[in-house]
Write a protein that binds this ligand. Structure first.
Ligand SMILES: C[S@@+](CC[C@H](N)C(=O)[O-])C[C@H]1O[C@@H](n2cnc3c(N)ncnc32)[C@H](O)[C@@H]1O
Length: 370
């Protein structure tokens, strides 16, 4: 049975998620603001959950319709074939959001959606009592410009929860954003790779996972594995296939940070990711490294500086970093910062910029190719 799926993602990475899906031969890939659609069966759904690096979750599209009144929403939801998915005991909480739409009260839309599903299920399943004590099927709705999409979330805990990052240093970057930067840099593991502000190690771990073909979801479970409307063994099959494709070999990947605590945490996370001995970690001040003649790729997330004093300190770091990196014209540099004046302090205009969001913080990825 074929379905349409939707992969929500951080703003700014839609194109990367679409590329990932197309490269991995998913069908009918269509990118929109903040999300990407594709078609496939439940085995493809499992493959997306296990392998996607840049998307946040995989939602099964139950239906879509226009809704400008609560009646339209109720009837639209009720018309969908809920009995094909939800059983007598499944729990089906509802959440959602509304953007640029007449129906803007999320709470009202939530309760109307719930009511419509309950009514349909009671009728179709021939029962007056839905226990909701069984496996969870999280219902989601999105209203955008009065177009309503209704989904069931197949993922559960978001895809950025890879499982390797128990230990966190201050201000860690989201795993999906780190993976997106690695993808923007087209890093494939053939050349040296550096993160000189490694913190908890997210960027080097994501770089290593991409280069070694380690699927981020190969060792975690997904909500849809507890459902009963399809053969859930497809998830185990996809995990096994992904693990068989892994190629864990030592690569020239280097992580450093000025803080001993960050180094301890980074080392712990590398171990948790099964990459012990494959990434070199050392304590260094990024502004005091002798970069002379270095080649390859550097991706870093230096401190942003939220308060004024911190901002001044962060800007000092950008200035000193810019000066130190002048010695490595061959090194490709990708630096993410929320500071609009980053280039002024770094001392060089970026060859290219890309707007990315680190959670809610608007950032730019400053790219230097020479
Ligand atoms: C925004 S955090 C990096 C977070 C990291 N990307 C992660 O996912 O955990 C910035 C890091 O820069 C480090 N740092 C600050 N000044 C530094 C310097 N001069 N040299 C190297 N690291 C520095 C901090 O210790 C902190 O770990």
């Amino acid at each position: 049975m074929k379905y349409t799926f939707c992969v929500p993602c951080l703003m700014g990475v839609e194109g990367l998620v679409a590329d990932e899906l197309k490269f991995n031969k998913f069908e009918n890939v269509v990118a929109e603001n903040g999300r990407v659609f594709f078609d496939g069966d439940m085995s493809e759904c499992a493959r997306a959950n296990v392998t996607l690096r840049c998307g946040e979750r995989v939602l099964l599209v139950v239906g879509k319709f226009r809704a400008t009144t609560f009646d339209m929403l109720f009837e639209g939801v009720k018309a969908l074939p809920w009995e094909k998915f939800i059983g007598k005991t499944n729990a089906f909480p509802v959440k959602g959001y509304s953007i640029h739409s007449k129906l803007f009260s999320v709470r009202d839309c939530q309760s109307i959606t719930k009511k419509a599903i309950v009514e349909k299920l009671k009728f179709k399943l021939g029962t007056n009592f839905l226990t909701e004590t069984g496996a969870k099927m999280q219902i989601q709705f999105s209203l955008m410009n009065d177009l309503c999409h209704i989904f069931i979330d197949t993922t559960g805990a978001p895809l950025y929860k890879r499982g390797y990052r128990l230990a966190m240093n201050e201000a860690p970057i989201r795993e999906t954003l780190a993976a997106s930067m690695v993808k923007v840099a087209r890093y494939k593991g053939r050349e040296p790779f550096y993160d000189v502000f490694c913190g908890s190690g997210t960027i080097v771990i994501e770089a290593a996972m991409a280069a070694m073909n380690i699927a981020p979801g190969a060792r975690r479970k997904f909500d849809a594995e507890n459902w009963s409307f399809f053969d859930t063994s497809v998830f185990e099959e996809q995990r096994e296939a992904a693990i068989a494709r892994e190629n864990r070999v030592k690569m020239p990947i280097y992580a450093s940070d000025i803080s001993p605590e960050a180094i301890r945490i980074c080392t712990e996370n590398i171990k948790r990711a099964g990459l012990e001995g494959l990434i070199e970690v050392s304590r260094k001040d990024a502004t005091a490294i002798d970069y002379t003649g270095m080649t390859g790729t550097l991706i870093s997330n230096p401190p942003y500086g939220e308060r004024l004093l911190e901002l001044e300190e962060a800007r000092d770091i950008y200035e000193n970093l810019g000066a130190a990196l002048k010695k490595a014209p061959e090194l490709k540099k990708y630096i993410i910062s929320s500071d609009e004046r980053f280039e002024d302090y770094f001392g060089k205009k970026a060859d290219k910029k890309r707007k990315l969001y680190n959670g809610m913080i608007k950032c730019n990825l400053y790219m230097y190719f020479k």
